[in-house]
Write a protein that binds this ligand. Structure first.
Ligand SMILES: *Cc1c(COP(=O)(O)O)cnc(C)c1O
Length: 194
């Protein structure tokens, strides 16, 4: 299975995204629910087969909107969000695929669960909330060699029995692929600088 390219279209307008859709790309990532709601319902209607990934932090008051719009939510990282997503998925009869975000660098300002708690959290997602977790996602610290972070994420996924690994951005996707990424999230290398 080749890795999937998630084209990260955050900050770009529908008119900038359309040419990428016309070129055949169908997998996209956005990091804000509200911004995505303004662009994607129209683009999804225009271009069948779009798979939209939420790659930014999710607030619990946006869980309903996220479940309604996104096909994959990559940023499940705490109990409250897991509970809220489970409730909304049941209510809406929708089942976006879910990834757990791991804060591999233990950065206080960054979303994601502490890697030491990741396995227990994944188990609780399954057993307490009834959520099937598909994979893991991480954003390594900007100023560090990403390799050890990708290796840690791959190790955790293996221990949890998960096959999907979302890691790697414009600057480091080749390294991420070498560490087994199943999804790379590439923005500026496709759309230009933000
Ligand atoms: C913006 C963003 C990306 C894409 O970053 P680029 O450096 O533009 O490729 C990837 N992942 C997340 C979580 C992002 O917020």
């Amino acid at each position: 299975q080749p890795a999937a390219l998630v084209a990260v279209s955050k900050t770009f307008a529908a008119d900038d995204i359309r040419p990428v859709l016309q070129a055949g790309q169908r997998v996209f990532g956005e990091n804000r629910v509200q911004e995505a709601e303004a662009k994607w319902p129209g683009l999804k209607a225009e271009f069948p087969g779009v798979e939209l990934h939420l790659i930014g932090p999710l607030q619990s008051n946006k869980a309903a909107d996220a479940v309604a719009l996104f096909d994959v939510i990559q940023t499940v990282d705490r109990e409250k969000i897991a509970a809220e997503l489970a409730r909304e998925m049941k209510k809406q009869g929708r089942a976006p695929k879910l990834f757990v975000q791991v804060n591999t660098g233990l950065e206080p300002q960054k979303a994601g669960i502490d890697p030491r708690q990741a396995l227990a959290f994944i188990t609780r997602c399954r057993d307490v909330h009834g959520l099937a977790i598909e994979g893991l996602m991480a954003i390594p610290p900007a100023d560090e060699n990403p390799g050890p972070h990708f290796a840690l994420l791959a190790k955790l996924a293996k221990e949890a029995g998960l096959s999907s690994l979302s890691m790697g951005m414009s600057g480091d996707y080749e390294t991420a692929l070498a560490f087994g990424a199943s999804h790379v999230r590439v923005g500026s290398a496709i759309f230009g600088g933000r």
